[in-house]
Design a protein around this ligand. Structure first.
Ligand code: ZN
Length: 507
């Protein structure tokens, strides 16, 4: 992905900007000129639209089809050290004029209860256009072709012996203009695609059932991603896996070694590292959706988060990354979002949005802002956050080979974490026994639990790039009103010693 400063580059993309850019620019200039006259010391505005589509099939029929286009803008102003904000679902001049007044009014209304003035760092202006390169625009593909594909996935599962199969595609495209009072004018567009299915098998004799969800990742990509995932093949495999689960023995609860596949580990990284190192949670400003954080500013550069093998990197540049983009929603270039959160086990950086840096004595934020809709206030959100693979050769077999008695865990399942991002419990799609360094049969009813710091310090084996996989979600929830952020997490396979495994049917 490249930042296209030359408008000619836009002609090479598969999904050109749908909105009239000249009109968006005109509205932005109008808003920024008006707030300047009204006395704002800083202002920014996001204008654009988000398109979403969700298609779901159950067995041999279409179950749900949903499409929405949400245009709008959000104007943020800084007046006497207070943020004021106003967003509306409109791209009309009248709505912009009204919003200027409301945003200024909102900032002044907050002034009497202000604790400390908002301080934002200096930022350099950027004039840029960035359109994510795309194979096939998913919104240009007919609905019947999508339904046909999903029904084919379900048919493959049913033919392999599934009792039920539900499959879906989710797509989204964001088009934005970011403009601020310091001179930034940034047009961006990106698209994402999420294929998904779940097979269910029922054992009529016992009445028990087993499910297996797809492992196909969500990606910043177009329809070509949906086609490139071998969903039919995976559906057949999923049925076989579910059948094995039905016949499997229950897991033996206790403390054991685990090798975790990236298809499971990404969610553990998300919950225990991604959310715990958000500065607003660490400072107690954000307490919703599994709350604040055990990580505190004084722990910077001295908390031993994990073993030497643990390096967690933030970025907005991984190809296919759901948080990959050229500029964040504060207008910060993605180079700022290239940093290590944990370096060789030591905690090094929080994630920060505009105005947070000075709270911990840092010079400037690191490109971690996102507004999930043009009408939403930009808040601190994760860039892509990934566990770096082992630079030295280490295959999955070597990790498993080093376990006398343990489990190999594949696919994300249920999750639960406390209000400090400390005590957690994660399920999975498949838990396989490991005996004497060899992979064995699946077991059922398993989950693992632990505490963030001891867990990451028990990391003693790390796969190399051959075991690395980029996974992620469309829907990381934060704030109130809730905003949903897309985010990717890459990981190699990894081995952890002495992890508590539960039997969820008994414990
Ligand atoms: Zn989340």
């Amino acid at each position: 992905m490249t930042v296209a400063h030359n408008p000619k580059d836009l002609s090479r993309t598969a999904a050109p900007f749908r909105l009239d850019r000249a009109r968006l620019a005109e509205l932005a200039e109008m808003a920024l000129a008006a707030v300047r006259r009204a006395g704002a010391s800083y202002a920014d505005i996001r204008l654009g639209e988000t398109r979403r589509q969700f298609v779901q099939a159950k067995e041999d029929r279409l179950d749900e089809f949903f499409e929405s286009v949400s245009p709008g803008f959000g104007l943020r102003v800084l007046v006497d050290g207070c943020w004021g904000f106003y967003g509306a679902r409109s791209l009309e001049r009248g709505a912009i004029a009204a919003a200027v007044e409301r945003a200024i009014h909102n900032a002044r209304a907050v002034a009497p209860i202000r604790v400390a003035p908002v301080q934002i760092e200096e930022t350099e202006p950027h004039v840029a256009e960035w359109i994510m390169p795309l194979g096939v625009d998913p919104f240009a593909v007919d609905a019947p072709a999508k339904v046909e594909r999903l029904v084919a996935v379900n048919a493959a599962a049913l033919a392999a012996g599934a009792d039920y199969c539900v499959s879906s595609f989710a797509f989204a495209t964001e088009e934005r203009l970011f403009a601020d009072s310091r001179g930034s004018r940034i047009f961006q567009s990106r698209t994402r695609t999420q294929p998904s299915f779940e097979v269910t098998l029922i054992d009529k004799a016992s009445g028990r059932f087993a499910t297996r969800e797809s492992l196909a990742p969500a990606r910043a990509a177009g329809w070509e991603h949906a086609l490139s995932c071998d969903l039919l093949g995976e559906a057949r495999q999923a049925v076989e896996d579910a059948r094995q689960k039905l016949g499997a023995k229950p897991v033996e609860a206790g403390v054991t070694d685990v090798v975790i596949d990236p298809t499971n580990l990404w969610l553990t990284i998300h919950e225990t590292v991604g959310h715990s190192t958000e500065l607003d949670r660490a400072l107690g400003w954000e307490a919703n959706f599994a709350g604040t954080s055990f990580v505190k500013p004084h722990m910077l550069d001295n908390l031993r988060f994990g073993s030497e093998l643990m390096t967690i990197k933030a970025d907005r540049s991984q190809e296919g990354g759901l948080a990959s983009i050229a500029f964040d929603d504060d207008g910060a270039p993605r180079e700022r979002a290239e940093f290590e959160i944990v370096s060789k086990g030591v905690f090094r950086n929080f994630q920060m949005a505009l105005g947070q840096a000075h709270l911990i004595g840092a010079e400037r934020s690191n490109g971690c802002a996102y507004a999930d809709d043009p009408t939403a206030f930009p808040i601190q959100r994760m860039p892509n956050i990934s566990l770096a693979p082992n630079p030295e050769a280490c295959k999955l077999e070597q990790l498993i080979g080093g376990v006398e008695k343990g489990l190999y865990i594949v696919g994300a399942g249920s999750w639960s974490i406390d209000q400090q991002r400390d005590n957690f419990q994660f399920g999975g799609q498949m838990f396989y026994e490991i005996r004497d360094g060899k992979l064995g049969e699946p077991v059922r009813d398993a989950a693992y639990q632990g505490r963030t710091i001891p867990f990451w310090n028990s990391l003693d084996g790390l796969g190399d790039a051959s075991t690395y996989r980029l996974c992620g979600t469309f829907t990381c929830g934060k704030a109130e009103p809730m905003q949903l952020a897309p985010v990717s997490h890459g990981a190699p396979a990894a081995r952890f010693r002495g992890v508590t495994v539960l039997n969820t049917a008994r414990d």
